[in-house]
Design a protein around this ligand. Structure first.
Ligand code: ZN
Length: 499
């Protein structure tokens, strides 16, 4: 390998090393940090972010990049060529943001986040509105600095941070037909009184729940010597560094299925992080996830296609009985199947089932796109939210706390993030369909508690590539077709068809 390419990769590794220090500080903030440390932690994080930004924008990177791109002996290697393509993309992009805008976005986000927490607790949208207006103005400035793609709109430039190559128009074409098919499906499936089953609210000591989560995690193939499972209010995962991937879950005495579901979701993210070629490639695009949508496909696949399947519970029921004890005696496989697959429209996105979930996301996509375009005034957000939720899920929103104030994203200025949740569900269904075709023993192996067939397949088809292929191309390579709503709708219909 050329000396220039080696120097380039070591500069990128230096920048990635600082980012990983920031990740570790952020993990600590969510899990261990005493409350009074919050103000200084913000300074620490800002200091690291500034240094990392400096390292990523170093002119030397630009020089080396240009020399490597011109080196024909180097670019003939497709892996190197893919790395150079994305290093160029990232380098140009990060340099388009003026440092004062970056600083203002960081400051505003940390203040707006606190304002949002207070406004949500007090159910007071008017207290959050000025912060929302500032965040929208900053998002527009950011979109202008990046510049939308030819023929595109400002929202596309924001989306590019999370789902490279995707546009609002493409999302609209994917999401419109999805919404048209989900609404009648939900009307059909959500019959019944909607109350949780006895299994869903069964009281189980949290220590036992923790043991079950850890047992399942290790059986899935999560390397606990290269990671951790901890507790936080909002479960998350963090691929901090080579050999260090951490996830969290949450516990309630009467919520062991929720805790296991969260663990499976975050485990999916974590297995992806543990499967990326970071040891040698830290800092290079090919050691990074393809997109947030692909990241979410991994979490959703383990949480839903695996964790809500009859095959999974065929194995897991006896293990759950062994670990959780006699409390489970009255329940059989059918009870588990029903409990994890109950469809019920609800107000809160993060508590919703796998069928109604996407309508929550589509609502947010349409509203945030209208906010960025200026078609929707921030003052009109609560009304627009409530009307849409009623149209889609038939529910009246009693207060903004359970309406437009429920999510953290807009307070952090993360416009363009929400669509990646539904993209994740679409990619997951399409990948799952491909896995079932290619692996005849897939479901029998899961029913035996052997997850190595599925994990090995994901490692080969998805994880090992990092960002080598854009998300849409990766999906097409694996499944043989472009991303589409049909596999998700087909999967949901097949699973929920009752004899
Ligand atoms: Zn996720």
């Amino acid at each position: 390998m050329s000396a220039r390419y080696s120097e380039l990769t070591s500069l990128l590794r230096r920048a990635a090393t600082l980012r990983s220090v920031g990740e570790l500080l952020a993990w600590d903030q969510e899990t261990m940090m005493p409350a009074k440390a919050a103000r200084f932690r913000a300074e620490e994080l800002a200091a690291i972010a500034e240094l990392a930004h400096q390292r990523m924008t170093e002119p030397r990177i630009g020089e080396l990049l240009a020399e490597c791109e011109a080196d024909l002996a180097l670019v003939v290697d497709p892996v190197v060529a893919a790395n150079l393509r994305d290093v160029r993309r990232d380098y140009e992009r990060v340099r388009k943001l003026p440092p004062d805008l970056v600083a203002e976005m960081t400051r505003t986000s940390s203040l707006a986040l606190e304002a949002w927490k207070a406004a949500r607790a007090a159910d007071d949208f008017s207290a959050f509105r000025p912060w929302l207006e500032r965040q929208i103005a900053l998002a527009r400035r950011k979109a202008e600095a990046y510049g939308p793609p030819p023929g595109g709109e400002p929202y596309d430039a924001l989306l590019e941070d999370y789902e490279p190559g995707m546009t609002a128009a493409q999302l609209e074409a994917l999401f419109g037909p999805l919404r048209d098919r989900l609404r009648p499906l939900i009307a059909e499936l959500a019959a019944g009184d909607g109350r949780p089953t006895a299994l869903e609210t069964l009281v189980v000591p949290q220590e036992r729940q923790r043991e079950l989560n850890r047992f399942v995690l290790s059986r899935l193939g999560f390397d606990l010597d290269a990671g951790r499972l901890d507790v936080s209010t909002h479960p998350f995962s963090s691929g901090i560094a080579p050999g260090d991937t951490r996830i969290t879950t949450r516990y309630r005495d009467d919520g062991f299925l929720d805790s296991l579901g969260s663990t499976l979701h975050e485990a999916g993210h974590a297995l992806y992080e543990q499967g990326l070629p970071k040891d040698d490639g830290l800092g290079l695009p090919l050691a990074e996830p393809a997109s947030l949508g692909i990241h979410e496909s991994q979490s959703r696949l383990w949480e839903n296609q695996v964790g809500r399947s009859r095959a999974f519970w065929t194995w897991a029921l006896s293990e759950a009985r062994r670990i959780l004890g006699a409390a489970l005696d009255p329940f059989d496989l059918d009870d588990f199947d029903r409990a994890v697959n109950r469809v019920r429209p609800s107000l809160i996105r993060v508590e919703s089932d796998e069928v109604t979930y996407n309508l929550h996301v589509l609502l947010r996509f349409d509203l945030e796109r209208a906010l960025v375009r200026g078609d929707l005034a921030p003052a009109d957000l609560p009304g627009a939210w409530n009307d849409r939720l009623h149209a889609d899920l038939g529910l009246r929103v009693p207060d903004d706390r359970r309406g437009c104030l429920q999510d953290i994203h807009w307070s952090m200025g993360a416009f363009g993030y929400f669509p990646t949740y539904t993209l994740g569900n679409l990619y997951a269904a399409q990948l799952w369909g491909a896995a079932r075709e290619m692996l005849p023993d897939l479901e029998p192996s899961i029913a035996r508690g052997d997850f190595s067939l599925l994990l090995g397949w994901l490692r080969r088809e998805v994880h090992a590539h990092g960002r080598r292929f854009p998300a849409g191309e990766l999906c097409r390579r694996i499944s043989g077709r472009p991303l589409d709503h049909a596999p998700l709708i087909g999967y949901l219909k097949a699973k929920h068809a009752r004899p």
